[in-house]
Design a protein around this ligand. Structure first.
Ligand code: SAM
Length: 276
C-alpha cells in the first residue's frame, strides 16, 4: 500500500509526497507535530499540517533568512531568532564568526527536541557554545529585551495558533524597541500566490515602524507555491547599498554575494504588492 502526505496549501490546492516512514505523530501543547520520511525530499518536519522544513531543500530558506541581513549589518554580534526550533537558521548564523551570541526563542520545546533527534543535519548547531536556546513566547521575549539585539530574525510558523501575534504591527514595534539604534530585522512573509494580502499588510505595518523596508524572494519547492518572500526592516543600513564585492564567500548552496542584491529584484506582480 502506498502512503502519501498531502498539505492543503489552500482549500482547493496542495502538494503531496510519498512517504516511507513516520517517526513522530504527536499533539504538543501548541501544535500537531509530525516527522516523516519522504522519498523525494527526505526527512520532513510538519507542524499543524504545514511543511516546515525538509533535509533536501532546507538550505534555501535557512540561508536566505540568515545571510542577507547578517551581510547587511556591518558588525552583527548579538542576534535573536524568534521560532526557528529546527535549528537551521542558527546553523547559518554560526557561519558568521563575528556573532558573539545567538539567542533562539521557540515556544515549543518539542520542536527543538525532535529536530535534534531526527534532523541532526539541520539542528546540529543548537548546542554551539555561542547559542542560547530558550523555550518561550517570542512576542514576550522581545518586550522583555529592549535595545538588546543587532539583528532579529523571525522564523515562525504561519500567522495561526501560537504565531498569530508574530505578524502584527505591535510585534514589529516591539522588534524595533528590542533592536539597538542601528538594528535590522527580517521575517519570513509567506508567498505572493496564496498570501498576497498578508504580504501587503506586513509591508504596510513594517513601513510604519522602520525607515528602510525591503522585500526579497527565494525558491523553496516544498513551501506553498514555491515562491517565498522575506521582509527586512532596518533602522540604518540598506541591503541594496551593500558592496557585494566585499561580501566574503562562505559555505552555502543557495545564497551568494551576487545573489545578495539580485534577490531583491522582484517579479512585477510581487513588486506591485509592496510598492508604497
Ligand atoms: N521555516 C518555517 C516557515 O517558514 O514556516 C518555520 C519553521 S520553525 C520550525 C517555526 C517555529 O515557530 C515552530 O517551531 C514554532 O513552535 C515556532 N513559534 C510559533 N509561534 C511562536 C511564538 N509565539 N514564539 C516563539 N516561537 C513560535
Amino acid at each position: 500500500m502506498e502512503l502519501w502526505y498531502t498539505e492543503k496549501q489552500t482549500d482547493t490546492f496542495g502538494i503531496t509526497a510519498k512517504i516511507t516512514k513516520t517517526y513522530v505523530h504527536e499533539q504538543t501543547e501548541f501544535q500537531q507535530l509530525d516527522v516523516i520520511e519522504t522519498e523525494q525530499f527526505g526527512t520532513m518536519l510538519v507542524l499543524d499540517g504545514m511543511v516546515m522544513t525538509t533535509v533536501k531543500d532546507e538550505f534555501v530558506y535557512h540561508e536566505m533568512v540568515a545571510h542577507p541581513v547578517l551581510f547587511t549589518h556591518p558588525h552583527p554580534e548579538h542576534v535573536l531568532v524568534v521560532g526557528g526550533g529546527d535549528g537551521g537558521v542558527i546553523r547559518e548564523i554560526m557561519k558568521h564568526p563575528g556573532v558573539k551570541k545567538a539567542v533562539l526563542v521557540d515556544i515549543d520545546g518539542k520542536v527543538i527536541e525532535y529536530s535534534k533527534k531526527y534532523l541532526p543535519s539541520i539542528a546540529g548547531e543548537l548546542d554551539n557554545p555561542r547559542v542560547e536556546v530558550l523555550v518561550g513566547d517570542g512576542f514576550m521575549h522581545i518586550h522583555d529585551h529592549k535595545h538588546t539585539y543587532d539583528v532579529i530574525m523571525v522564523d515562525s510558523t504561519e500567522p495561526v495558533g501560537p504565531a498569530v501575534n508574530l505578524f502584527t504591527r505591535g510585534f514589529y514595534q516591539g522588534i524595533y524597541e528590542a533592536l539597538k539604534d542601528d538594528g535590522i530585522f527580517v521575517a519570513q512573509t509567506d508567498n505572493p500566490w496564496f498570501k498576497a494580502d498578508l504580504i501587503q499588510t506586513v509591508n504596510r505595518d513594517v513601513k510604519e515602524v522602520f525607515p528602510i523596508v525591503r522585500v526579497y524572494c527565494a525558491n523553496i519547492p516544498t513551501y506553498p507555491s514555491g515562491l517565498w518572500t522575506f521582509t527586512m526592516g532596518s533602522k540604518k543600513y540598506d541591503p541594496l547599498e551593500v558592496d557585494e564585492t566585499a561580501i566574503p564567500e562562505i559555505e552555502t548552496n543557495y545564497y551568494t554575494p551576487r545573489l545578495h542584491k539580485a534577490a531583491f529584484v522582484l517579479p512585477r506582480f510581487v513588486e506591485n504588492l509592496v510598492k508604497s
